[in-house]
Ligand binder design. Structure first.
Ligand code: DX5
Ligand code: ZN
Length: 223
């Protein structure tokens, strides 16, 4: 079954002095979920937010939260972000010694289990955990910062989609990093259905128009 197109803004470009208003504006602009980029300064050379910040926003919005954990201790922090109100928690395959167990643990907590692949990590890495996976995040930048240049990985997206379809799995395929109106279509055509956009979306003065344009570009590429 074709998965719906979803726009998931990264919260990194937001004005953190007005984080609540920024999130509310995004929800009012029609985004489908909020993408929380969690960084520990070890897995990636940057530090962002913890579960308490995510939790403080939860009751102010109705749309789902997803946590992208760029942390070395993924198993330790995943439960904290489920508790903070994230309905999808994504761990990096590169950070999990026992990825099969990590994904099962997230599911056992009642959240959707997501696995993230850095640009260098092949799609076949997750071939044996698709049964335990609800969400696949394919990085189109090297993680750690917003505003980076998009890395074209269309074959990897297509290969991932083919694996998911071959097993008839109901799994979202998301791309993350440098996504904008110029490249979202090729990613959608290759098989992605969820799109993280940070700097590109925040560049629109009219955020609702930006969400609409990104969604239209993705939809057009799939028709
Ligand atoms: C990078 C993050 C991405 C990034 C997206 O480590 O995972 O979510 O912030 O921001 P843009 O769209 O600006 O690349
Ligand atoms: Zn991210």
């Amino acid at each position: 079954m074709r998965r719906p197109i979803e726009i998931a803004p990264s919260i990194l470009p937001a004005d953190f002095a007005r984080l609540g208003q920024e999130c509310t504006d995004l929800e009012n602009a029609g985004v489908d979920r909020i993408h929380w980029d969690v960084m520990d300064g070890v897995f990636v050379p940057n530090i962002t937010m913890g579960p308490d910040i995510v939790k403080s926003l939860r009751s102010h919005l109705t749309i789902p939260f997803e946590a992208h954990l760029m942390v070395v201790n993924a198993d330790e922090f995943a439960p904290l972000f489920v508790e903070a109100g994230c309905s999808t928690v994504m761990v990096h395959a590169e950070a999990c010694t026992h990825l099969h167990r990590s994904l099962n643990n997230i599911r056992n907590l009642g959240a959707r289990a997501g696995v993230v692949l850095n640009p260098h990590t092949p799609a076949c890495t997750i071939a044996n955990v698709l049964e335990q996976t609800d969400h696949i995040l394919i990085m189109t930048v090297n993680p750690g910062f917003g505003g980076q240049t998009y890395i074209r990985l269309l074959d990897k997206i297509s290969e991932t989609k083919a694996m998911v379809d071959a097993g008839s799995y109901e799994i979202d395929i998301e791309v993350d990093g440098g996504i904008n109106a110029d490249n979202i279509g090729e990613c959608a055509a290759a098989g992605a259905n969820v799109f993280v956009s940070g700097s590109a979306l925040f560049r629109y003065d009219d955020r609702a128009a930006g969400v609409s344009e990104l969604r239209a570009c993705a939809e057009a590429a799939r028709s």
